[in-house]
Write a protein that binds this ligand. Structure first.
Ligand code: FMN
Length: 164
């Protein structure tokens, strides 16, 4: 289950958007223009089951997301979905990882307080006895240049998705 975002959790002026999440349905998110920079020297790590439900996450993940560990474990990973992310990015991710391939990419994530943070993610399928039993994502700090390029590409992809 994923509840709508709560205005009481959000810092500053926000806009309201509705996401249509795979297997979940609609979620109202509250989005501000505040960026929280990726912390230097940290890895942000999470693991999921095969359907993308969070099973483990490290302290940096909890801190950056703004949610409590209890809220995160058992929640779908789309709890961090930012409306500026194009659907094509996540389609590419799932196409790769369900086929057993590693995926790398830049992701803009939405925090509980409405702010956002950019990560460079590597998502790895966890394979046991030839079967994918879950996934691990390890995130690093992206360069400002890579973020600027991803912003441009994602804006184009979103425009094409909205026009379709
Ligand atoms: C291991 C793993 C890590 C993920 N990390 C993120 C993430 O940090 N942010 C995000 O928006 N989606 C992440 N996803 C993708 C989500 O599961 C989901 O596909 C995405 O948020 C888009 O939502 P939708 O598939 O419901 O459209 C991750 C998936 C996996 C398997």
């Amino acid at each position: 289950m994923l509840t709508d975002m709560n205005p009481a959790d959000v810092e500053g002026d926000y806009r309201t958007q509705t996401l249509d999440l795979f297997g979940i349905g609609k979620r109202t998110v509250l989005v501000t223009d505040r960026e929280v920079p990726y912390p230097d020297g940290r890895l942000i790590v999470s693991c999921t089951d095969p359907s993308g439900i969070i099973t483990h996450c490290n302290r940096s993940f909890v801190a950056m997301s703004g949610y409590t560990r209890e809220q995160l474990i058992g929640a779908p990973h789309s709890i961090l979905r930012h409306p500026d992310m194009p659907a094509a990015a996540f389609k590419g991710l799932w196409d790769d990882i369900t086929a057993g391939r590693i995926w790398h990419g830049y992701v803009k994530n939405l925090r509980r307080d409405g702010a956002y943070y950019w990560v460079y993610a590597t998502v790895i399928p966890n394979v046991r006895d030839g079967r994918v039993v879950g996934y691990t994502s390890v995130r690093r700090k992206p360069s400002r240049r890579a973020i600027a390029e991803a912003m441009e590409l994602y804006a184009q992809l979103r425009a094409a998705e909205n026009a379709a």
